[in-house]
Design a protein around this ligand. Structure first.
Ligand code: MG
Length: 485
């Protein structure tokens, strides 16, 4: 234990300036508590404090009890503040008379599967997903498995001033559940071809970069169906192996590993394992849109499932739409964020949903993005042919992602509104940010819900065209940011 804390101290000292600047940035808005964003309530430890987490949990407990029942699951990731916040959350729920099922350390898709498995009324996950280690968040999920959106979250926040404690006889002991990943994996396995996977077990060789996150809890299961070359499999609240977001920059080592050992693919997840991306056998990064498209192909070609409806976020590439339409299905666009995808999945009874960062919803498992199920679907695909041959079945688009630092939400909104006004005569979709559609290319300009950026994402049939489009609109955002707005 001593060794770990020394290491932690060294890391914190090394990164103190960066962490300090984040804390300072937040201290100017000290009185403003974080509220529901794109996916739950997120903040630094100084903002999302144990005290506030307890109040949020109490309000959520009351809200859920009135709608779904009083059995609530609590799960957490391995971040340094997660156990502390989870304790506050459990205390809050118990204090308003909820029955608490503690699944402990768990991936987000694992926790969301447990909601179905235990027929629970709600779920709180303590995880900041792919964010840096000084952040944490509470993700709230209702009894149908739908993540609480910003809009529904307001109802919960409004309950905070009116919290009433339960009567002493209503306070119950916590139920502890271990190995949630085993239950989750059992469900995944029922959707795979077990015999075939076992038959090819020694032929499938992949590198797996767990990024020090909760995907590492599944290494044992991956190793039962493939030869795994692991990277960053130690659970680490400071993500010292690599940064938690599985971006091309953060997966360079994985790419080198795949090439060095001549492997069939490199797998990578974000910190809480709901997102999954890949490296192909040549070391190329495969963007999340293609992961969604390949998952759709898995259903169509391997499971012989008809895709009538697919739900994708407005920032997802056209590759998914092309595949779904080619096989006679329909694509429904939503705002960016897990809550909107899971809400639409429930409403539309669609067969698959996904977003461009590599989140895929498999409704046969849960209404949550499930990077673990996705990785096993890809393993099964690899028993038929190499990844590059599967990728050849997808239409080729090139994309460029840029971002411009914009410190406040007010400024982000002003810039987005100004651009909407400037582009009002173009072919635009304004369901979330501004998507500008051209004949065989498109661009989206969108304010990040969780980080101080406006993101610009362009896609076209050639690299040059994508770059040109991204640069044009990045410049527009930068100029507006630097002007006197
Ligand atoms: Mg995540």
């Amino acid at each position: 234990m001593k060794k770990v804390s020394e290491k932690t101290t060294n890391y914190l000292e090394k990164n103190l300036n960066e962490i300090k600047s984040n804390v300072l940035l937040s201290s100017s808005s000290e009185e403003i508590l974080p509220t529901f964003g794109t996916n739950g309530v997120r903040g630094l430890f100084s903002e999302l404090t144990p005290h506030y987490a307890l109040k949020l949990a109490q309000a959520f407990g009351i809200w859920i009890k009135n709608r779904y029942g009083n059995k609530i699951i609590v799960a957490r990731d391995q971040r340094i503040t997660s156990e502390c916040l989870a304790s506050a959350v459990k205390s809050g729920l118990l204090s308003v008379g909820c029955e608490v099922y503690d699944v402990g350390l768990c991936s987000s898709p694992g926790a969301e599967y447990m909601l179905n498995h235990l027929k629970a009324s709600g779920l709180i996950i303590v995880t900041a997903s792919h964010n840096p280690p000084e952040y944490n968040a509470l993700k709230f999920i209702d009894g149908n498995g739908v993540t609480i959106s910003k809009e529904r979250g307001k109802e919960i926040i409004n309950l905070i001033p009116r919290i009433e404690l339960a009567k002493i006889e209503e306070i119950k002991p916590i139920q502890y559940i271990t190995n949630a990943e085993s239950y989750h994996f059992g469900k995944i396995l029922r959707n795979l071809n077990y015999e075939r996977l076992r038959q090819y077990k020694n032929k499938i060789k992949v590198a797996a970069d767990f990024g020090n996150g909760t995907s590492a809890l599944y290494e044992k299961f991956l190793s039962d169906f493939a030869v795994i070359y692991p990277l960053n499999k130690e659970l680490d609240g400071l993500f010292r192996g690599r940064k938690s977001e599985p971006t091309p920059e953060n997966l360079q080592k994985l790419s080198e590993y795949v090439k060095k050992y001549g492997l069939m693919a490199g797998f990578a997840w974000d910190g809480d394992a709901d997102r999954f991306v890949m490296i192909d056998e040549h070391g190329n990064y495969i963007f999340g849109d293609k992961v969604v498209a390949l998952s759709t192909l898995f259903k169509i070609k391997i499971k012989n499932e008809k895709i009538k409806k697919a739900i994708i976020t407005v920032s997802t590439g056209r590759v998914v739409e092309d595949i779904v339409k080619k096989h006679g299905g329909e694509v429904i666009y939503t705002k960016v964020g897990a809550p909107y995808l899971s809400e639409e999945m429930l409403n539309q009874k669609a067969q698959i949903a996904g977003e461009e960062v590599g989140g895929v919803i498999w409704p046969e498992v849960s209404l949550a993005k499930d990077g673990i199920m996705t990785s096993f679907a890809i393993i099964e695909m690899l028993t038929y042919k190499p990844l590059s041959e599967w990728l050849n079945e997808l239409p080729e688009y090139y994309n460029v992602k840029n971002k411009v630092y914009i410190p406040t939400n007010e400024m982000k909104n002003l810039i987005i509104e100004e651009i909407k006004e400037r582009l009002k005569n173009e072919n635009i979709i304004t369901i979330d940010g501004i998507r500008i559609n051209f004949e065989d290319s498109w661009v989206i300009i969108r304010a990040s819900g969780t980080e101080p950026y406006i993101r610009i994402f362009a896609e076209a049939k050639t690299k040059e065209k994508a770059k040109e489009l991204a640069e044009k609109y990045t410049e527009m955002v930068s100029k507006l940011a630097n002007s006197s707005l």
